[in-house]
Structures are given as structure tokens and as C-alpha cells.
Design a protein around this ligand. Structure first.
Ligand code: FES
Length: 273
């Protein structure tokens, strides 16, 4: 069993942080890898990329948005409660190397996924510019941690309540125009990754995105997580979750993510009754 040792509510309670005892995973996990979590034996298997690990303490940190029945049931678990299963680390780790000037772009809970990658890119000597976006200032997460992990931090909000009034792509265009950037890492909602990738493709700047399709087994057996990348079918759980942002078929990914939306809505409504 995997005990919750710390729990925080972020973004007005819509995003939850859980630090969980999982010593074997904490020892092995690398930036970019994920775990699959179940709250009970018959519970849905939810893939979540680790936002942090503490090998000495033997804990991993996950950050999730409450969007459906399973995450709503996770959100009711207090400190001391135990997850039935935490499986991982799964997926390929981010390839971290010194590239020079890099830009990390994050939106929503994608910021949690981006955090260990940003920190690792800075630790190996890259100059890291980070651009974070959210709908408003109250929904922005991990600002202090991202500031620490970056050389330059830009904040963007859709309503202008903090930082640049507008989208991450506006600031990205400016940064790309002024600086010689060798790598962009973009993690967040699918439309954000799509638009970032189309801007960097025009400029010829290598771009990594982290995909979060529906997953079941997480080991390459079920095909649930298939995505099209460069015209080839890839399994995000074993071939990813990171891919060349210029080659991902984002429209297909969006369509597959919407496939169970109605069922998920009904299931959440029943859970909340
Ligand atoms: Fe089953 Fe990836 S989740 S193949």
C-alpha cells in the first residue's frame, strides 16, 4: 500500500498535490517518467507524471486536476490514506543534456510535469527560460518552484490578472525572435502544445511535448494510448510519453481524448450524488 504523507490543495481546490510513500519508485524515477495509480482494487488506472521525487525520503509527488470520477475519489483521500497501487516508473525518461539556451513552456497541470524536467535542464548547465500560462492568477501552480528551476520566468494569464495578458505563444514568439534557442519543451493542454509546435516548426527549433492519452496497462499491451507521430503509430506508455512536437497528430489525439467524455461525465454525476 502507498500512503499519502502530504496533501495540498492548489488552484482553489481544483488541483491536488499528493506526496506518496513509494520508496522503490522514488529510487529509480527520472524526469519525464510517470506512474499509474489506483485508489482501490477495482478502481480506474490513472496515469500521472511525477512532479517530484525524494529518493532519501522514499516519496513521489503527483499533482492532478479533479476532472472525473476517479480524480474526484482521489481528492477525498486525506493524509494517512493509502492508494491500492502505484505502478512505475513507466515510460522513457527525458533525455537531459546541455543544449545551450532552452525554453520550457507549461500550462495547467502540465506545469507539474514540466518542473523536474526544467530543473534537470538547468542543473546540467542550460540557460532556461520558462513560460507558464493559466486562465487566471489563482489557477497558476508551482510558480515559486519554477522560478527556482529557471533563469528567466514569464507568466501569462488569459485574463491579464498576472504577468502578460495573453497566451504563452505570444511570449514564446518574442523569445524566439530575440534569442538563439536550441530546444523547446512544451507540456500542457493539447491545443497549447499544438500551437507551440507550429510556431517552433516554422522557426526550425526542436520541440519536445509530453502526451497524456488514455492509458490502461501502461506497458505496451493494450494499445489504448496509441498516438500518431510522423505517420507511425506509437504507444505513449512505452515509446513516450515525450515525442517530437513537430510530428504529433494533435487532432487525432484530441479526438481520442474526447471518446469517453460523455460516459465520464455521467460517472462523475453519479459519484457526486
Ligand atoms: Fe496500454 Fe499503452 S496503455 S499500450
Amino acid at each position: 500500500m502507498f500512503k499519502i504523507v502530504n496533501r495540498e490543495e492548489m488552484a482553489q481546490g481544483t488541483i491536488i498535490l499528493n506526496e506518496i510513500e513509494a520508496p522503490r519508485i522514488a529510487r529509480k524515477a527520472k524526469p519525464g517518467q510517470f506512474v499509474i495509480i489506483q485508489s482501490h482494487e477495482k478502481g480506474e488506472r490513472i496515469p500521472l507524471t511525477m512532479a517530484d521525487v525524494d529518493p532519501d525520503k522514499g516519496t513521489i509527488t503527483i499533482i492532478y486536476m479533479v476532472v472525473g470520477k476517479s480524480t474526484a475519489s482521489f481528492s477525498k483521500m486525506a493524509v494517512g490514506a493509502e492508494y491500492f497501487a502505484v505502478i512505475g516508473p513507466l515510460g522513457k525518461a527525458t533525455h537531459i543534456e546541455k543544449r545551450g539556451k532552452v525554453v520550457c513552456v507549461g500550462g495547467g497541470t502540465g506545469i507539474a510535469v514540466l518542473h523536474p524536467i526544467t530543473r534537470a535542464l538547468k542543473e546540467v548547465g542550460n540557460h532556461v527560460t520558462t513560460i507558464l500560462g493559466s486562465r487566471n492568477k489563482d489557477l497558476l501552480i508551482l510558480e515559486d518552484k519554477m522560478k527556482k528551476a529557471s533563469d528567466v520566468l514569464h507568466i501569462c494569464t488569459d485574463d491579464g490578472s498576472k504577468g502578460h495578458h495573453g497566451f504563452v505563444t505570444d511570449v514564446l514568439k518574442d523569445v524566439l525572435a530575440k534569442d538563439d534557442i536550441s530546444l523547446v519543451v512544451a507540456i500542457g493542454p493539447v491545443p497549447m502544445m499544438k500551437f507551440v509546435s507550429s510556431i517552433t516548426k516554422e522557426k526550425g527549433v526542436e520541440t519536445l511535448v509530453s502526451l497524456n492519452p488514455i492509458m490502461v496497462d501502461g506497458t505496451g499491451m493494450c494499445g489504448g494510448c496509441r498516438v500518431s507521430v510522423g505517420g507511425e503509430t506509437k504507444f505513449a506508455c512505452v515509446d513516450g510519453p515525450e515525442f517530437d512536437g513537430h510530428k504529433v497528430d494533435y487532432d487525432e489525439l484530441s479526438k481520442r481524448l474526447r471518446a469517453y467524455q460523455e460516459d465520464e461525465k455521467k460517472s462523475l454525476e453519479q459519484f457526486e450524488k
